[in-house]
Write a protein that binds this ligand. Structure first.
Ligand code: ASP
Length: 306
């Protein structure tokens, strides 16, 4: 029976350190190696774990090459007969994008569980060790499938999770969809199954990171104009996600510019700047449906790779 759990480290606040234990903001992310993080959780000592450091970065600096490396190593380990699943430690800042990316790319039915922390490892209120333990508990649960996120006592679908708070330990949610499960004392209480879709596979993302399509996000604030879109068009942008107001609505000048860009061959997706909710209807510019602007950007890049 597959019992090995592979833990892939990428950095983040979970691996961060601060000069002062009560400083929850003036710390440096991505300082401790994955072996150090695992050693801080006594309950993991009895388990068959393997650790691998994929990257060591603050996830605000996440990039396509790191995504490619992470997806490749995750796919390799998930395909091993002796591996039950994979845990990925990550920064919270771009976790929703990495989770969505891996959800769209990885085909394995085995669980890959991302986790993170809102406080550095040196904090008096470090949440990383509990979150790491919960992520491992999630991998070990018989109902866990596909790309999941375990953080602050709950399990989220990688396709749905969003970072909604800049400071609270319980910083993630999934809008109307809600969590998949609650974790208490290493046990999961499930509310529903994770959504699954056809995965694109590693070959789809093989193009050199420097050659990926450029997709930008343009927000619709009050008094918006189309000038940013015109500038992006002049620079040869390949795709634009419009983060519209409410149900993806756009200032008329911005909408006109986006329609000009679309007519010139730029792929446009219309999302919402609201923290939750879909974009319903609208014929002229394609809806991103329930995707957040940053998830929609990942989706559009993946579509443009075809
Ligand atoms: N800037 C950090 C990161 O995303 C924040 C965190 O992990 O909470 O790596």
């Amino acid at each position: 029976m597959a019992s090995t759990i592979v833990i892939l480290g990428t950095g983040g606040t979970i691996a961060g350190t601060s000069a002062s234990a009560d400083d929850a903001v003036g710390y440096t992310a991505a300082q401790l190696g994955i072996g150090h993080l695992v050693a801080a959780v006594p309950a993991l000592r009895e388990l068959d774990l393997e650790c691998e450091q994929i990257a060591q970065l603050d996830s605000k600096d996440m990039d396509i090459a790191t995504w490619q490396a992470l997806a490749a190593r995750a796919a390799y380990h998930l395909a091993r007969a002796d591996v039950a699943g994979v845990v990925v430690t990550h920064g919270t800042d771009t976790l929703e994008e990495t989770a969505y990316f891996l959800h769209r790319v990885l085909a394995s039915a085995k669980p890959l569980v991302l986790t993170a922390a809102m406080r550095p490892a040196t904090s008096i209120a470090a949440d990383g060790p509990q979150n790491l333990f919960d992520a491992v508990s999630t991998v070990r649960d018989a109902r866990a499938r596909g790309v999941l996120v375990a953080i602050a006592g709950r399990v989220w679908a990688g396709a749905e999770v969003r970072k909604l708070h800049s400071y609270r330990l319980d910083a993630f949610a999934a809008g109307d969809a809600g969590p998949l499960a609650t974790i208490e004392e290493g046990r999961l209480r499930w509310w529903r199954e994770a959504p699954r879709g056809a995965a694109l596979g590693l070959a789809h993302i093989a193009r050199d990171a420097t050659q990926w399509p450029r997709v930008e996000i343009v927000i619709n604030p009050a008094g918006a104009s189309g000038r940013i879109v015109d500038a992006l068009l002049a620079q040869g942008v390949h795709g634009i996600v419009a983060a519209g107001t409410g149900n993806g609505t756009l200032h008329r000048d911005l909408e006109a510019a986006l329609l000009r860009a679309q007519a010139a061959g730029v792929r446009v997706l219309r999302s919402t700047r609201c923290a939750a909710g879909p974009v319903i209807g609208g014929a002229l510019l394609r809806s991103a449906e329930v995707l957040s602007p940053v998830q929609a950007r990942v989706e559009l890049m993946l579509q443009l790779l075809s």
